[in-house]
Write a protein that binds this ligand. Structure first.
Ligand SMILES: [Mn+2]
Length: 373
C-alpha cells in the first residue's frame, strides 16, 4: 500500500468515525431512501435501522413510495412508513440518493434556531439544523444533521456528513462497512438486508459494478444464516401474472436506432392499466433491451406520475405527459452524462432522468442522440 492509498484509507475511516460519533450522539434517527426503491434502497434502509437499533437508538424508516412486494419478505420492511408528519430527529441518514430530491416531494432548508439560555457574554447559542418541508402535505421535519451515504458518481454531496464511494457495488456495501466498524454482530435479518442490496444492485453478480467485496460480503452474510435460494426465490420467483404480461408488452415495444446502438423500450399508462401493474413491476425490464447484440445503450421509457401509473385521458402520444427514463450502457457510453443533460443522474453504466414531454418527442430526442453519437 503506498502513502496516498494509506491517507485515503485514513480519511475514509475518519469520515466513518465522524458518522459513528454522530449516530452515537443521536437519540432518534430518521432513515430514508429514494422513491421507487430498489433492493439496494430497501436493503440499506433496513440494515441501517437494525444497526441503529443495536446501538439502542429509536429509528423511523421513511420511503415516499410503496415498498415493492418482492422486498417485503425482509424483516423490517413492515416498519417503513410512507408519510411523515411534523416531527424532529437528531439525525437523518439518506441512503442511495444521488441528490436530495430523490427522496421525493421534499425541500431542504437550513434553519438557525437560538437557544433560550444565554452564555456568560449574554449571547444566545445558535443551533443550525435542517427543515425538510413536504411540498404536498406541508408537514415539516426538523433534522439536526444529515448523513449522506451513497455510491452514485453524480452525488451532489448534500448534507453534513458524506460517504460517497463510487467503487462500492451498492450502498449496502458501505452500510456493511459501517456495521463492521461498529462491531455489531451479524445475524440473519441484517445479513438478508445487506445480501439483498448487493445481490440486486449487481444484477445477481452480473453487472460491471460486481466487485470482490460483493462476493466477500455475501459469503459472510451466508455464513450469518442467509439462504441464497430463499432470497432469490422472493426476488425473482414471486411475480404476478400481470407482471409477466407487462413483460410481454414491453418486449413488443422494443425499437432500435438506425445504427443499432440504442434500444428503446416503452411502458405506457395503458400498458399498466391493461395488465393491472404499476411502476414497481418494470424493475429489471430494461435488461432485455440491453441484452440485444451490438446495443451500447438501452433506454426504458416509463410513463408515470409520482411513481404511480398516470391515468391520462388523452391517449394521444403527441400530448405531453410525465416520463421516467432509465438508461443502461455496456460501459462504452457514459449514461450518467446523458442523464445529467436531462437533469437526472446516476452511474457511468446506469442512470435515469424524469421529463415532461410528449412520447413522440422524447423518442425522437433519444434516437437523435444515438444516431449522432
Ligand atoms: Mn444502489
Amino acid at each position: 500500500m503506498n502513502i496516498s492509498h494509506f491517507s485515503l484509507l485514513n480519511s475514509h475511516f475518519k469520515v466513518m468515525d465522524d458518522i459513528i460519533q454522530q449516530l452515537l450522539n443521536s437519540e432518534h434517527i430518521l432513515i430514508a431512501s429514494h422513491i421507487a426503491p430498489d433492493g439496494d434502497a430497501v436493503g440499506s434502509m433496513i440494515a441501517m435501522s437494525l444497526c441503529c437499533r443495536a446501538l439502542n437508538k429509536k429509528t423511523t424508516l421513511y420511503n415516499e413510495s410503496r415498498i415493492p412486494a418482492v422486498y417485503r419478505f425482509l424483516s423490517g420492511a413492515e416498519c417503513i412508513v410512507s408519510k411523515l408528519e411534523d416531527s424532529e430527529y437528531d439525525t437523518a441518514v439518506i441512503l442511495d440518493c444521488g441528490d436530495f430530491q430523490r427522496i421525493g416531494n421534499w425541500k431542504a432548508e437550513r434553519s438557525i434556531r437560538e437557544s433560550e439560555e444565554k452564555d456568560e457574554l449574554q449571547t444566545r447559542f445558535a443551533t443550525v439544523s435542517w427543515v425538510l418541508k413536504h411540498r404536498i402535505s406541508g408537514f415539516e421535519v426538523r433534522v439536526s444533521n444529515i448523513i449522506n451515504i451513497d455510491h452514485h458518481a453524480t452525488n451532489t454531496r448534500f448534507g453534513d456528513f458524506h460517504i460517497i464511494d463510487t467503487d462500492a457495488c451498492a450502498t449496502a456495501e458501505i452500510v456493511y462497512r459501517l456495521i463492521r466498524r461498529l462491531g455489531i454482530p451479524m445475524d440473519k435479518a441484517l445479513g438478508s438486508a445487506i445480501y439483498t442490496g448487493i445481490f440486486t444492485d449487481t444484477g445477481s453478480f452480473r453487472f460491471s459494478n460486481t466487485n470482490r467485496a460483493a462476493f466477500e460480503i455475501c459469503e459472510k452474510m451466508v455464513s450469518a444464516g442467509v439462504d441464497p435460494y430463499t432470497v432469490a426465490k422472493h426476488l425473482y420467483g414471486t411475480y404476478s401474472l400481470g407482471r409477466i404480461k407487462l413483460l410481454n408488452l414491453a418486449l413488443d415495444s422494443i425499437e432500435l436506432s438506425h445504427n443499432g446502438r440504442l434500444s428503446m423500450m416503452t411502458v405506457t399508462s395503458e400498458m399498466f392499466d391493461e395488465t393491472g401493474t404499476q411502476s414497481e413491476d418494470t424493475d429489471g425490464l430494461i435488461n432485455y433491451a440491453r441484452w440485444i447484440k451490438d446495443v451500447k445503450v438501452a433506454a426504458l421509457i416509463q410513463e408515470c406520475r409520482n411513481g404511480e401509473p398516470l391515468h391520462r385521458k388523452n391517449k394521444n402520444h403527441n400530448c405531453p405527459s410525465q416520463f421516467h427514463v432509465s438508461l443502461r450502457s455496456d460501459g462504452s457510453v457514459d449514461v450518467a452524462a446523458v442523464a445529467a443533460a436531462f437533469g437526472g443522474g446516476g452511474h457511468h453504466t446506469a442512470a435515469g432522468f424524469s421529463i415532461e414531454i410528449s412520447l413522440a418527442e422524447l423518442k425522437a430526442e433519444l434516437f437523435n442522440l444515438a444516431n449522432s453519437g
